[in-house]
Design a protein around this ligand. Structure first.
Ligand code: NAD
Ligand code: DAU
Length: 333
C-alpha cells in the first residue's frame, strides 16, 4: 500500500509514520508537511533514511502539488491541521484555510485518482462539552472554539462527499493525545517543561475541566485499525478511558518531577473553555481495536522523555503560544 500522510512532521503524524513503517515494512509513505511552527523534521530523524519513506515540503492547500502526490498513492491520511485552541481564539484565519479548504483540496485529489480510501483525522472537540455521559458518533456537533469549528466543518465536508459522490472516507475522532514530541504549548508538555525549568504552571480557571487522555501510540493503532478494518462512510470515536481534571493532571506531573505545588498559578480562563470531553468508543472496539498503554506509566515515561530531550524542546519553545502571547496572561487573584 502507498500512503500520503499529511502533517506527518507534527506530533501524532510523526508517531504514525514510525508506527506504520515498523508494522508494515512493504508499505510506502510520502509525508507532505508545510513545516509550520508545529512541524519538526527532528521528530523523524530515525526514519528519514528508510527507502520506503519520502518527505515533501508543501501545503495541503496547493492543488497542483497535492494532485501530483495523490497520483502516486492509494490512500490519503490527513493529519495536517492548525491544532491549538488558544491560537484559534487569537487568530482563526489559518484554521479555516488548512482545516477546511485543505481538506477539500485533498478530497478532490483523491477523487480525481479514484482512491479507494481516505482517512480524516478529526477530534472529539467537534462534539463540544458534556456534563455527564459520553458522546457517540451520532451525537450532534456543537463545536465551541474556532479550532473545533474548523475541524467540524472539515468533517461535515467529508461526510457530504461520502453521501454525494460515494467518496470512500472514514473519520476518526480521538480524545486528548500525549507522549513524546508534542509541541510544548499543549498542556502536558507545557507543564512538564515549565516544571523542569521551575517556572509557573498557568492553570486556566478553577482547574476542574476534564479531559480524556490517550497515549499517542494507541491513537496510531486505532488509525491502523480503521485503515484496514473500518467501513467507509463511517465515523469512529477513539477514547483513552483516562478522564482527569486538569488539577489532578498537574499534580501528577509535579509529583513525577518532585516539584512543589506552589508552582501552580491559577490564571484567567480560556474563553469558551469546554468543561468536559467524553466519548463512547465501543464502535471501534467492535472492529478489534484495544488500547494497550496504561495512563500513569506512559505519563511518567513522557515526563522522562522531556527530561532526557532538553535540546528537542528548548530549541522550539520560544515559538510557543505562551511565549508569543505572554501578554494575555494575568493572575485571576
Ligand atoms: P500538530 O500541530 O503537532 O501537527 C500538525 C502538523 O500539520 C504540523 O507538522 C504542521 O506543519 C502541519 N501542517 C499544518 N498546516 C499544514 C498545511 N496547510 N499543509 C501541510 N501541513 C500542514 O498536530 P497534532 O497534535 O499532531 O494533530 C494532528 C491531527 O490530529 C490534527 O488534525 C488534529 O486536529 C488531530 N487531533 C489531535 C489531537 C491531540 O490531542 N493532539 C487529538 C485528536 C485529534
Ligand atoms: O480533545 C482533542 C483535542 O485536544 C485536540 O483536538 C487538540 O488539537 C488538542 O490541542 C487538545 O485540545 P485541548 O484544548 O483539550 O488541549 P490543551 O492542551 O490546549 O488543553 C488541555 C486542557 O488544559 C484544557 O482544559 C485547557 C487547559 N490548559 C491548557 C493550557 C495550554 C491550562 O489550564 N493551561 C494551559 O496553559
Amino acid at each position: 500500500m502507498k500512503l500520503l500522510v499529511t502533517g506527518g512532521a507534527g506530533f501524532i503524524g510523526s508517531h504514525f509514520i514510525r508506527y506504520m513503517l515498523s508494522a508494515y515494512p512493504t508499505y510506502h509513505i510520502i509525508n507532505l508537511d508545510k513545516l509550520t511552527y508545529a512541524g519538526n523534521l527532528d521528530n523523524l530523524r530515525d526514519v528519514e533514511a528508510n527507502h520506503n519513506y519520502r518527505f515533501v515540503k508543501g501545503d495541503i492547500c496547493d492543488p497542483a502539488l497535492v494532485n501530483k502526490l495523490a497520483e502516486e498513492v492509494d490512500v490519503i491520511i490527513n493529519f495536517a491541521a492548525e491544532t491549538h485552541v488558544d491560537r484559534s481564539i487569537m487568530d482563526p484565519g489559518g484554521f479555516i484555510q488548512t482545516d477546511v479548504y485543505g481538506t477539500y483540496v485533498l478530497m478532490e485529489a483523491a477523487r480525481r485518482f479514484n482512491h479507494q480510501r481516505y482517512i480524516q483525522i478529526s477530534t472529539d472537540e467537534v462534539y463540544g462539552s458534556i456534563a455527564s455521559g459520553a458522546f457517540t458518533e451520532g451525537s450532534p456537533l456543537q463545536p465551541n472554539s474556532p479550532y473545533a469549528a474548523s475541524k467540524a466543518a472539515g468533517d461535515l465536508l467529508v461526510l457530504s462527499y461520502t453521501r454525494t459522490y460515494g467518496f470512500p472516507a472514514i473519520i476518526t475522532r480521538c480524545s486528548n493525545n500525549f507522549g513524546p514530541n508534542q509541541y510544548p504549548e499543549k498542556v502536558i508538555p507545557l507543564f512538564i517543561t515549565n516544571a523542569i525549568e521551575n517556572k509557573p504552571l498557568p492553570l486556566y480557571g478553577d482547574g476542574q475541566n476534564v479531559r480524556d487522555w490517550i497515549y499517542v501510540v494507541d491513537h496510531c493503532a486505532a488509525i491502523d485499525c480503521v485503515l484496514h478494518q473500518g467501513k467507509t462512510g463511517n465515523v469512529y470515536n477513539v477514547g483513552g478511558g483516562n478522564e482527569r481534571t486538569n488539577i489532578e493532571l498537574t499534580h501528577l506531573i509535579l509529583n513525577a518531577l518532585e516539584r512543589p505545588a506552589s508552582l501552580i498559578q491559577f490564571v484567567k480562563d480560556r474563553p469558551g473553555h469546554d468543561r468536559r470531553y467524553a466519548i463512547n468508543d465501543q464502535k471501534i472496539h467492535a472492529l478489534g481495536y484495544q488500547s494497550r498503554h496504561p495512563f500513569d506509566e506512559t505519563l511518567r515515561a513522557t515526563v522522562r522523555w522531556y527530561q532526557d530531550n532538553l535540546a528537542w524542546w528548548q530549541r522550539i519553545k520560544s515559538g510557543s503560544f505562551q511565549q508569543y502571547y505572554s501578554r494575555q496572561y494575568s493572575t485571576s487573584g
